[in-house]
Design a protein around this ligand. Structure first.
Ligand SMILES: [Zn+2]
Length: 414
């Protein structure tokens, strides 16, 4: 397909060859799924990391191939803030995430469906993963009322009352036409009592079953979300419940919500072991460079986070040498690029001094240039991690990553 054109693909008519998912022997758990689904998603592991673990792979979707491990920029409202789809491509992004909750409220999923689906609507012809709306219902909406059926909530935009349950979450994501759909889950805040999390895990499992039943015959890939807070036995219960459904991939939810990094990595390490070896593992909402570097060797294949784009708009740039606050006075007449290792449009054309000026003057270009750089940083970091997996030198990669950040760039004043 010609670069920059829009296929306007709707899954039912896109002509992608239908294939039956063949279940191979479970690698990490000795359990057979109860049912077999047909989807367009195919995950291949190309190479397993030596020693420290992790895997190099690729995912085929109706809108193209994704190389894993991958970072997914977040396009909350059908737009990755401040950049065009072309610019997004040029940063190396291969798949983006869009938010079901936001698009449902505005402009409405039915309108997007009438206009050819989200790919066509936003002019992005690559793969799209949509979240279930669950996280935003709990974090943004007001007056939530959770029942077995689903969640009644008030829109954060105009206070209007809405209901989303597992079936509604699937219907909305079908209308959007995303390549990967997330099951509807309950996101528990942190910290939470054991008993509450236990009830919540059971509810999330029952909801996942309803999502799967409602998607029967659908061709979008369906991922389940393992919850369970920081309680290992509840994570295990959640993983067990979801794996027996035979979903297309498994996400780890409810992390990076306030727990410390050591706890987070422990939960990731232990949970990944409970998931089937031949399905993608997606760590939701985690995107700090250190978390990516630590989680890839644990077997995580997919990440998303608003961090690179949100930080860019706040003037915090990620560099090989650590984080940079571009408004700081030390950059006022600094002619060097943000990151001398970076090949992005921003770093190859503009100085720190110019970017500082734009940011302080609140010029719109500041948000665009900063976002291009941060997204490129994340894409390059993932490419580096994939190379390290391929060459079996993950430990060296990690060592070099931390060494380059020793004494943060700003503290060194260089
Ligand atoms: Zn750059």
């Amino acid at each position: 397909m010609k670069k920059g054109t829009v296929r306007g693909c709707q899954l039912s008519v896109c002509g992608w060859k239908e294939r039956r998912v063949e279940w191979r022997k479970w690698g990490r758990v000795n359990r057979q799924p109860e049912q077999i689904r047909e989807t367009f998603l195919e995950f291949r592991i190309l190479q397993k990391g030596e020693g420290s673990g992790g895997r190099l792979g690729e995912i085929d979707t109706p809108h193209g191939k994704i190389r894993t491990p991958v970072f997914m920029p977040v396009g909350t409202q059908g737009s990755v803030k401040a950049v065009s789809p072309d610019e997004l491509r040029q940063t190396g992004a291969e798949i983006i995430l869009a938010n079901t909750y936001h698009l449902y409220l505005r402009p409405g999923h039915k309108l997007i469906e009438r206009l050819g689906g989200l790919h066509r609507f936003m002019g992005w012809d690559g793969p799209i993963l949509t979240d279930s709306g669950g996280f935003q219902v709990y974090s943004l909406a007001k007056l939530r009322n959770i029942s077995e059926q689903g969640v009644v909530f008030q829109s954060h935009l105009d206070g209007s009352k809405h209901f989303i349950g597992p079936e509604e979450a699937m219907d909305i994501q079908q209308s959007l036409g995303s390549d990967i759909v997330m099951a509807f889950d309950e996101c528990v805040s942190y910290p939470a009592e054991y008993e509450y999390v236990q009830r919540s895990v059971d509810l999330t499992s029952r909801w996942a079953e309803r999502c799967l039943a409602h998607m029967a015959g659908g061709k979008q890939a369906l991922f389940g979300i393992v919850q369970g807070g920081v309680y290992p036995d509840l994570r295990e219960k959640s993983a067990h419940d979801l794996v027996r459904l035979g979903l297309d991939g498994y996400a780890l939810g409810g992390l990076a919500v306030g727990e410390d990094r050591e706890t987070r990595l422990h939960i990731i390490r232990e949970t990944v072991k409970m998931l089937p070896d031949d399905k993608p593992v997606y760590l939701m909402g985690v995107g700090a460079p250190e978390d990516l570097v630590e989680s890839v060797p644990l077997g995580v294949d997919m990440f998303d986070c608003v961090m690179p784009t949100r930080n860019a708009r706040n003037g915090t740039l990620f560099t090989t040498h650590g984080r940079m606050t571009i408004k700081n006075a030390q950059y006022s007449d600094d002619e060097r690029p943000v990151d001398d290792q970076c090949d992005c449009y921003t770093c190859t054309h503009f100085s720190r001094a110019y970017l500082r000026h734009l940011f302080l003057a609140r010029e719109l270009l500041a948000y665009r240039l900063n976002t291009i750089h941060n997204l490129r940083y994340h894409a390059r970091l993932m490419a580096g991690l994939r190379e390290a997996l391929k060459d079996g030198r993950m430990d060296e990669f990690k060592e070099a990553f931390y060494k380059a950040q020793e004494g943060n760039i700003e503290e060194r004043g260089d």
